[in-house]
Design a protein. Sequence first.
Length: 308
Amino acid sequence: MAPVHALGALRHACHGCGACCTGHAVRLIRDEPARIAQYAARLGVSNPVKAGPRGPVLAFVDQRCPFLDANRRCRIHGTFGAQLKPAVCQQYPLRSIVTESGQRVAVDPGCGSNWMVWQDGPELDASGLLPAPDRTHSHQEAQVERSLVGLLAPSLDPDALARVVGALSGRPPTEASLHAFSERAAAAVRELALPTLLPKHAPTLMPWLSSLEVPDAPTWPELTPEQQGFTLEMARRSVFLRSGTIRPMGVGLALGTVVGALVCGWSHSEPDAFGPALSAWTRLLRLPPVWMALYPDPMAVRRLATGA
């Protein structure tokens, strides 16, 4: 059996944001389709299972789980108990992949509860992980990725994010270089056209991201040390889990998460709004149309990092 590598302490506690129950497919395994049908009959849910590309999945309605109630709570959990939810739902927010060096596991950076628990939440048990998808990289890509995971180690230093931007751009993090990066980040987010993109490709993320705005004259935002540390941790998890769409994946994910931190900082100075918005942003980066809009050609990552 391949070794399982965890990205540090797997800290998490659910605060019921409901984000994990929207916007993606939940695959069903073993006897789950039959059990889900039984629960659905008792709860008045019609046609809860459908065929997916790799087997049966929950039949989401308007990109929401059919068992998600108006208060963003799971009706299966509430009626029958947590242990009877689909295995995927029980494992969440743990996500895992199989790489060239073994299986990896980390807490999903896209969970809206991360901000409240990433430093001191209870540790999760990573035993009994579900089969994970293969996501292998070349030796060179894996080396770059290891360097990025080290670079993105969370820190509560007030200049932590500036130093990471300096390392990614290959330039000292001066006031002028950070201002230039802020302008490039703002231009990239304007190109995304969030008011059009969100309703079309990510409507379930609108509660967190529809209020993001880019200022006309962007400057490096005043993020607290905790906000900066949180940004680095979410970027590190995304890189570790290879959550991107098109290569160069690692650098693109790191840059994209920093860009998200800037726009969330411009829009939400209050930490309790900043954190869930940034987690939602990491989910946005996983969508191929968003990735292609942010990085439309092979040199786009370099242009965003350096301006050249």
